[in-house]
Design a protein around this ligand. Structure first.
Ligand code: CO
Length: 490
């Protein structure tokens, strides 16, 4: 795909030093009612927002090389009767406990974190640190912190205490991967269905698919082998298919084995080669289809649906971003990187052909839709987005797109605010697809604190409420909302 980097000569909407402050460890674990509230928290908004992300970015000043290597810290925001309670806890993985005790880095990270002592100290150390930092999900009465290359960690949803590694009643084995991007099918035979995958990379790639019913019981499992190496972070589902984008990545393990690079730094996208789109039927005996497409690299899909063809909406990058060993991720030159842009792909499964169309050229990430529209034709997508319409920049805004009309609404936290993933919460008994709220955690670089922003999703141009935390929360990755509460609101 040819994505032209447009040069943006308008003044930057942000200050790089303020942005960098969002990448500091948060060591304190807190519990409190949020009392600095501008506007009003809707009293009908009831339940728990869980968020996960790297909470630890250094150990006693020894920096991790990439935030993706930071230990998972879970935040819980409990909503009810117009009040909001905050709690955060680290996921106490075995490696976290060992490193906390040692007071130094003991494990190499996938994205380049090294033990001290140079390459000799790191060579041939292939131990993986399960950092539990990517997503958090409440399913089948279990709260699970997810990291794609290893087992989930189970937490107590009330206290956020770590219970331990979770094997999902024997579905997973020791060291099994379990992706951090489960999808919830809103109507699989009249009930919700959790669909997730695991990737075992190699010269060919093994993809396992798991489907769980609402009580957490495995109801379906299948495994497929596809040609070539794959690095796949996310997938999309429809009632009948699971869809993966296998970007043309090459993996050269030598610098990793020799202790000079993290495994993730040995990945390179091969330009001029197509992405292979792998379409696996969820039920029945249809064959697996693999259709080449020009897509660049995709971290996240917004949605997919079946309607005279198979549609997949995805955020595509012209390149795969890596941080070289000598580079500091906080010194990133945004304008030199390709922006993520939202594309729509329409596959004709009979002719095995594909058409694509750019939906949004503004730099964007972390797309979400109404949970009832997952895998179905839909109208609204919400995302984090750059303040400026062109070029690459940190996410500072929340963008809503009506994909049927092309209408857009945007709310920007620039110049001091930096945005993460918005979470859509449907209003109880709401009818319209956008009848609900958007919950977005913003880091304010001027105040050096984070704020939870609540929007009425029908009109996001002004927020309903801005809740200031007493501290910052390092930039996070993914979260989820459950209407259940695990804390008395009285
Ligand atoms: Co992700």
């Amino acid at each position: 795909m040819q994505i032209q980097l447009e040069q943006d000569f308008s003044p930057a909407s942000y200050d790089l030093q303020e942005w960098q402050k969002g990448y500091r460890s948060l060591l304190e674990e807190r519990d409190y009612w949020i009392d600095e509230i501008e506007g009003q928290v809707p009293p009908e908004l009831s339940g728990t927002l869980f968020r996960n992300g790297p909470g630890l970015l250094d150990i006693n000043g020894q920096q991790f090389h990439h935030p993706f290597d930071g230990d998972g810290m879970v935040c819980a925001f409990t909503f009810g009767e117009g009040r909001v309670h905050f709690r955060n806890r680290f996921v106490r993985t075995q490696a976290f406990i060992e490193e906390e005790k040692a007071g130094k880095i003991l494990y190499r990270g996938v994205f380049g974190t090294q033990k001290s002592g140079g390459w000799l100290a790191n060579a041939f150390d292939l131990k993986l640190k399960n950092i539990a930092n990517t997503n958090i999900l409440y399913w089948g009465d279990k709260l699970l912190a997810l990291w794609e290359a290893a087992e989930p960690h189970r937490l107590d949803p009330a206290t956020l205490e770590t219970i331990g590694l979770e094997y999902l009643d024997g579905v997973l084995q020791t060291g099994s991967a379990f992706a951090a991007h489960p999808r919830i099918d809103p109507d699989c035979g009249g009930e919700l269905r959790l669909v997730n995958f695991a990737v075992k990379p190699g010269l060919s790639t093994t993809i396992s698919l798991y489907e769980f019913n609402p009580s957490g019981k495995l109801v379906q499992q299948q495994t497929h082998s596809v040609p070539g190496f794959a690095f796949m972070h996310d997938f999309a589902i429809t009632p009948n298919y699971c869809i993966f984008f296998q970007a043309p990545m090459s993996f050269n393990p030598l610098p990793f084995l020799m202790g000079m690079k993290g495994a993730g730094q040995c990945l390179k996208i091969q330009p001029n080669k197509p992405t292979q789109v792998i379409i696996i039927p969820r039920h029945g005996s249809e064959p697996v289809r693999i259709i080449p497409v020009d897509a660049g690299f995709v971290f996240h899909h917004a949605n997919a649906f079946e309607q005279e063809g198979l549609y997949v909406d995805s955020i595509c990058y012209a390149d795969f971003p890596t941080i070289d060993p000598a580079q500091d991720y906080r010194q990133v030159k945004f304008s030199a990187l390709a922006p993520g842009q939202l594309w729509r792909f329409r596959f004709d499964l009979n002719t095995q052909t594909v058409e694509r169309e750019l939906i949004e050229s503004r730099c964007c990430e972390f797309p979400v839709v109404h949970p009832d529209r997952v895998g179905r034709p839909y109208r609204y997508v919400y995302m984090g987005a750059a303040d400026a319409a062109t070029g690459n920049a940190p996410l500072q805004a929340v963008l809503k797109i009506d994909v049927s009309t092309g209408d857009r609404q945007i709310w920007s936290a620039a110049p001091h605010g930096f945005a993460g993933e918005p979470i859509f919460v449907p209003r109880p008994n709401g009818q319209a697809e956008d009848d609900g709220w958007l919950l977005t955690l913003i880091f304010n670089g001027e105040l050096e604190r984070s704020q939870l922003i609540i929007h009425d999703a029908r009109d996001i141009r002004e927020p309903l409420a801005k809740l200031s935390l007493k501290h910052h929360v390092p930039y996070g990755l993914h979260g989820s909302f459950t209407p259940e509460r695990f804390l008395a609101i009285a």
